[in-house]
Design a protein around this ligand. Structure first.
Ligand SMILES: Cc1cc2nc3c(=O)[nH]c(=O)nc-3n(C[C@H](O)[C@H](O)[C@H](O)COP(=O)(O)O)c2cc1C
Length: 190
């Protein structure tokens, strides 16, 4: 098997490399003030026109988490059910107090999620985003409308557990992955 390198090609703050998406989570609850810090980090993300289109719905109680889990595809449910905090990341489709569609809402919500994920690492937590969920089901659970909001991701958050706690095939995949070459990321336009 090829060894996976998570070596940067240039100097970069280690926080960017330290963030990765495990699947093995401890069920230990996250203190409420740490949860508030995650959303505070998200809150300060930049956004088009400072519209702040993101909205994070979160579940910590067993009943609420079960409802969020019901919207996930089975292969994500299998590992995400252990995480003590589940989040659904929504973005308002139109600018506030307007019917004009905000085509940057996904970009802005992505920035907010990354802020949340980096703050999580500062607290010793890990986040794992998921596209594997049924958006219609998630809207039903939340009582939100597809006309008003896009749901971009579900996110599992918690402390890492030993990979041996995972069901297969997730157990085998519990390693930080690598990236395409830096040369493929940015092109100087001349
Ligand atoms: C929007 C989004 C959707 C993702 N969907 C899933 C998913 O449904 N299931 C899963 O196991 N991982 C999912 N991932 C995790 C990615 O596979 C992971 O972020 C990527 O391989 C990079 O690895 P890293 O986050 O460990 O650096 C998703 C990540 C993002 C950002």
């Amino acid at each position: 098997m090829t060894a996976i390198t998570r070596e940067p090609e240039s100097d970069v703050d280690s926080m960017f490399i330290d963030r990765w998406s495990p699947r093995a989570f401890l069920p230990d609850p996250i203190p409420a003030h740490h949860i508030r810090m995650l959303f505070e980090a998200a809150r300060w993300a930049p956004s088009c026109n400072n519209d702040q289109p993101w909205r994070f719905a979160y579940a910590v109680t067993p009943t609420a988490r079960e409802k969020f889990l019901s919207a996930l595809v089975e292969r994500n449910q299998a590992w995400a059910r252990t995480a003590p905090l589940l989040i659904l990341a929504l973005a308002r489709r139109a600018f506030q107090n307007s019917t004009t569609i905000n085509r940057h809402a996904g970009f802005d919500t992505g920035a907010a999620w990354m802020s949340l994920a980096l703050q999580a690492r500062r607290l010793g937590l890990y986040c794992h985003a998921m596209a594997g969920f049924d958006a219609t089901k998630a809207h039903q659970v939340l009582g939100t409308s597809e006309q008003e909001y896009d749901i971009f991701a579900a996110i599992a958050v918690g402390r890492r557990a030993d990979p041996s706690t995972l069901p297969e095939p997730a157990r085998q995949r519990e390693t930080p992955n690598s990236r395409k070459a830096a040369a493929l990321v940015a092109d100087e336009f001349t």
